[in-house]
Each structure stands twice: as C-alpha cells, then as structure tokens.
Design a protein around this ligand. Structure first.
Ligand code: PEP
Length: 250
C-alpha cells in the first residue's frame, strides 16, 4: 500500500555541474519498474538545474529546508511558495543537523511542517534521539515529543506527510542502528500515527535514516514498518544511491 521512498539528502555538497553529472548518472541507473519512489534533495543553488533535468522523469525534487513565513524580511531564508515555484515536491523539516547545529526547536519545526502542508509541499518530518537519550531509556519519549509538536498544527490533515526516523548518533557516523531497533521504533511511530490520524495514519510513510549504505540497505528496507530510507553520505555517489533504491526491489 505504501510505496517506499528513497531520498538523497546531499546536504551542503555539489556545485551545479557536479549535481548535473550525478543526476544524469542516476537517471541511467535507477530501476524503471516502479515499486519504489526516489527523491533528490540538492542544495538550493542546484534546485533549478535539478528541476530542468528531472522534469518528466520518475525522480522527485526535494529541498533541505524552508522558512515557515510566507514572505517578508527574512534575509537568507526561502519560503514554501518559492520552493513550489521551483518544482519542489518534498521538504525536510527538523533534520537533526537543523535541530542540533542551528538550534531549531520542536515548535519551529512544527511551523515548517504546517506551512509546507498548507501549500501542497510534502514535509518529511525528521525525528530521532541522541545517544545519551537512548542510553537513558528515553528514546521513545523524545521521538514522541518531536512527533506531537511536529504535527501540532496539522489538525487532521496528514496529506503528503512522511516521517523519517533518524537516530542522531547514526547520522554520518557509519554506525547504523540495529535493524531490530529501527523496526521497533518505526512500529511505535506507526501506532502513534494511527492514534493521531486514524486510518489515514496507515498511509504515512516512515523512513529509516542513519548510515544507510548499499551493503546494509536491504536489512532496513525489508522491514514491514520501514517505508524507505533517508540517505546522506551514500547518496553523493549515484552508483551507491541507485544500489540502495534497487535494494527495495530485491
Ligand atoms: C541524513 O543526512 O539524513 C543521513 C541519514 O546521513 P547519513 O546517511 O550520512 O548517515
């Protein structure tokens, strides 16, 4: 019922020519047969070129960030309508680097999710605990709080919403979560989504993210409550990223 979503978060990497080369290769390599959705999240600077290359293809375009206000004196920020104007379909909200490097709190993340949803931009709400929080037995409490506040402004409108469970300690470290732990958390998130959104909660995809690579992707993507992956480091190499997308179909 839920088509897995494999998303490439390029972070602050790739110039426009580098983005072009990567996308051209990716278009050659991705599975043609359906059964998986692929989205690429370049830097803002490469969005227009990515749109040019991806229009009419099966790869969706995503942005790494958005500002929740519609317009105004917010130097350096980018609005929902500016992203929609660029053909962007998805936006990351509350990625752990935004929370931990830039100090974004749950309420601010919730405003982004609400602003995106209101304008048909699909938010990927990123949630996840730190290592200390996990060791203290508080992983679910943190994720539950991030979910509650992240969707607080949505009412019963969950259209387009995706959740990415990304334990902070697994992002960019090469140390992925144990698949059983990722599955336990994804299942808990699923039950929470059912309680919060009723039957619509079953339509919301729950991705795993954190050091997903071609050689471990299958361990996560075969799990019934994991509906895809958010991939950072390995998505910079089109061959590696395409191998992860192919792992859904194996
Ligand atoms: C991410 O940036 O969301 C991420 C999961 O990064 P990595 O795959 O490098 O851990």
């Amino acid at each position: 019922m839920r088509v897995p979503l494999i998303a490439a978060n390029w972070k602050m990497h790739k110039t426009i020519p580098e983005a072009r080369t990567c996308l051209v290769r990716l278009l050659e390599l991705l599975p043609p047969e359906g059964g998986v959705e692929v989205a690429v999240f370049p830097s803002f600077t490469a969005l227009a070129e990515a749109r040019r290359l991806l229009t009419g293809t099966a790869i969706a375009l995503g942005a790494q960030n958005v500002y929740p206000e519609p317009t105004g004196a917010y130097t350096g920020e980018v609005s929902v309508s500016q992203l929609v104007d660029l053909g962007v379909h998805y936006v990351l909200c509350g990625h752990s680097e935004r929370r931990h490097v830039f100090g974004e709190d749950d309420a601010f993340v919730g405003r982004k999710v609400q602003a995106a949803t209101a304008h048909e931009l699909a938010p990927i709400l990123c949630v996840g605990e730190t290592l200390d929080e996990r060791r203290a037995g508080g992983a679910w409490a943190v994720v539950e709080r991030q979910l509650e506040r992240g969707v607080a402004g949505l009412g019963d409108n969950s259209r387009g919403l995706v959740i990415a469970y990304e334990p902070v300690w697994a992002i960019g470290t090469g140390v992925a979560a144990q698949p059983a732990d990722a599955h336990a958390m994804a299942s808990q998130i699923r039950s929470w989504l059912r309680d919060r959104f009723g039957a619509k909660g079953d339509e919301i995809r729950v991705q795993y993210g954190g050091s997903v690579k071609p050689d471990n992707a299958r361990e996560f993507l075969r799990l019934p409550d994991v509906d895809g992956a958010l991939v950072g480091g390995a998505s910079l190499d089109p061959d590696a990223f395409a191998a992860i997308a192919h792992a859904v179909l194996r």
